[in-house]
Design a protein around this ligand. Structure first.
Ligand code: HAM
Length: 424
C-alpha cells in the first residue's frame, strides 16, 4: 500500500497528476498544431470496438491479438475489445461514414488512450496514449513522405534531437509470397539455433523472425535475405520515389532491412523513429502503408498509410533531453482580503478578473495575510490584489508584484486594466 490509499491504480496504468500536465499539454498541443498544419483533421473513435475488427485487421498471430487484448463480453453477449490501436477503428469509421466519396486522401489524426496487456516497464504500459495520423485513399509515395514528415516535424518542434528514421519496404501481395519462401528456406537452414518463439514464427509469421531480439537468433537474422532486395517492380519504384522525396528534407534516414512491424496489415513502406540510445523495443513511434486493410474490413480496395507515436515515450525522452515545457495552470492573479467585511468584495473582484480572462485564485476562507501571500507564492501567481477596510472605502486595491515584493494602491478598474496588459 502506498500513501494512505487501500487502492492503487491498476498495474500498467498511471494517474496524470497536475505537475505533469505541462508535459502532456506541450505534446498534445504541438501534435495538434503540426497535424492540422498538414491538413489532417481530428477524429475520435470509441474506446472499445467489436473484437473481430482487431482480430481481422491486426492479425491473429500477432502478440497484440494473441496475448495483449482486453476483451470482454458485455451484458448483451457481444465480444468487445478495448482498442489496442486506432488504425482499424479509423478505417472502420471511414467505411461506416462513406468517406470514400470525399476528396482523397482523407487525412485524419487522433489523440487518445490505447490498451494492451503488456509487461509493464518504463515506456511500456497497459493503458497508454497515442497521437496518430492516417491518410486514406491515395497510394502515391508522396502521401507516405508526408506522413513521415508529420511525425518528424512533431519531434523537431518538441525539441527532441538524436533521433533516427528507420525505413524499410516489405512489399505487397505480389512480391511478398516469394520473399517469404526465401525467408523460410533461409531460417529453416538455421532452425536449430533459433529460439522457441522463432521456431513458432517460422510456421505462423516468418516476417516477424527478423524482429527477434534474442542473442542466439541474431546471426541467422543478419544473414537473412532482405525484403527491399526482393520487391516487385512496382514496389521497388514506389520505395525509390519515397526515398527521393525524403532526401529533399535531409532526414537521418536509416535503411533497415530488418525493420518489420508488430501488426500484420502493413504493405510496402514501414518506418519507425528511434531515439539514439535504445533499440526497436523503445521506438518513439512507427507506422506504414496498409493497402490491403480496407478490403480486409469489407471495403473496396483503398490504399492508406499512417503512424502512431506514444505520448508517454515522448515525455520520457523530453525529460531525458532536459526540455522544459511552458508552465500551465498557474493563476496570474491571487486575490487576498483582510477582515470579514472584505470577503464579498474580494470574491466579486476575483469574479470580475476571470470575466476579463485573467486566471485568478481567491482566498475562500479567512486566514492571515501572511498565509495568503504564502499561498499566492506557492501557486506561482505573479500578482496579488489585497483588499482591506481602507481599499474598500476608497474603491481601490493594493496590487502586489510578487517576484519584486513591491506593492502600490490603484483604483480597482485601473488595476485590472494593468494586469490585462501585463498578461499580454
Ligand atoms: P505500434 O508500433 O504498435 O503501431 O504503436 C505505435 C507507438 O505506440 C509505439 O511506437 C509506442 O510509442 C507506442 N506504444 C505501443 N505500445 C505501447 C505500450 N504498451 N506502452 C506505451 N507506448 C506504447 C500502431 O499502433 C499502429 N496503429 C501505428 C500505425 C498507424 N500504423 C499505421 N497507422
Amino acid at each position: 500500500m502506498r500513501g494512505n490509499s487501500v487502492y492503487q491504480a491498476p498495474r500498467g496504468t498511471q494517474d496524470l497528476l497536475p505537475n505533469e500536465v505541462k508535459y502532456w499539454r506541450y505534446v498534445e498541443d504541438t501534435a495538434t498544431r503540426v497535424a492540422e498544419r498538414f491538413g489532417y483533421q481530428l477524429i475520435r473513435t470509441p474506446i472499445f470496438e467489436e473484437t473481430s475488427l482487431f482480430v481481422r485487421a491486426v492479425g491473429e498471430s500477432t502478440d497484440i491479438v494473441s496475448k495483449e487484448m482486453y476483451t470482454f463480453e458485455d451484458k448483451g453477449g457481444d465480444s468487445l475489445t478495448l482498442r489496442p490501436e486506432d488504425t482499424a477503428p479509423v478505417l472502420r469509421a471511414y467505411l461506416e461514414h462513406g468517406f470514400a466519396s470525399r476528396t482523397q486522401p482523407v487525412k485524419l489524426y487522433y489523440i487518445g488512450s490505447m490498451y494492451r496487456y503488456d509487461r509493464p516497464q518504463a515506456g511500456r504500459l497497459r493503458e497508454f496514449h497515442q497521437f496518430g495520423c492516417e491518410a486514406v485513399g491515395d497510394g502515391d509515395p508522396a502521401v507516405d513522405a508526408e506522413a513521415i514528415l508529420v511525425a518528424w516535424q512533431l519531434y523537431q518542434e518538441l525539441g527532441l534531437t538524436n533521433l533516427s528514421l528507420q525505413l524499410n519496404s516489405i512489399g505487397c501481395p505480389n512480391c511478398r509470397p516469394a520473399y517469404l519462401e526465401r525467408l523460410v528456406d533461409h531460417f529453416t537452414k538455421h532452425k536449430v539455433g533459433l529460439c522457441h518463439d522463432c521456431q513458432r514464427r517460422l510456421q505462423m509469421n516468418p516476417l516477424r523472425l527478423l524482429d527477434c531480439k534474442v542473442e542466439g537468433c541474431q546471426p541467422a537474422i543478419l544473414a537473412a535475405p532482405s525484403s527491399a532486395d526482393n520487391l516487385c517492380d512496382e514496389c521497388a519504384e514506389h520505395f525509390e520515389q519515397l526515398r527521393k522525396l525524403l532526401a529533399a528534407f535531409e532526414l537521418p534516414v536509416v535503411l533497415n532491412p530488418r525493420l518489420v512491424r508488430g501488426l500484420d496489415y502493413y504493405t510496402r513502406t514501414v518506418f519507425e523513429v528511434w531515439p539514439a540510445t535504445v533499440g526497436a523495443q523503445s521506438a518513439l513511434g512507427g507506422g506504414g502503408r496498409y493497402d490491403g486493410l480496407m478490403e480486409q474490413l469489407g471495403g473496396k480496395p483503398t490504399p492508406g498509410i499512417g503512424f502512431a507515436t506514444g505520448l508517454e515515450r515522448i515525455i520520457i525522452n523530453i525529460k531525458d533531453q532536459g526540455i522544459v515545457p511552458p508552465e500551465v495552470g498557474r493563476p496570474f492573479l491571487y486575490v487576498a482580503y483582510m477582515g470579514e467585511d472584505a470577503k464579498l468584495p474580494a470574491f466579486k473582484l476575483a469574479g470580475e478578473a476571470r470575466r476579463l480572462g485573467i486566471p485568478c485564485v481567491s482566498t475562500l476562507s479567512s486566514r492571515s495575510l501572511k498565509a495568503q501571500m504564502k499561498q499566492a507564492n506557492n501557486l506561482g501567481a505573479p500578482f496579488a490584489f489585497i483588499l482591506g477596510e481602507q481599499e474598500i472605502a476608497e474603491g481601490t486595491v493594493t496590487v502586489r508584484n510578487m517576484s519584486e515584493s513591491r506593492q502600490w494602491q490603484e483604483p480597482q478598474a485601473n488595476a485590472l486594466e494593468q494586469l490585462l496588459q501585463a498578461k499580454g
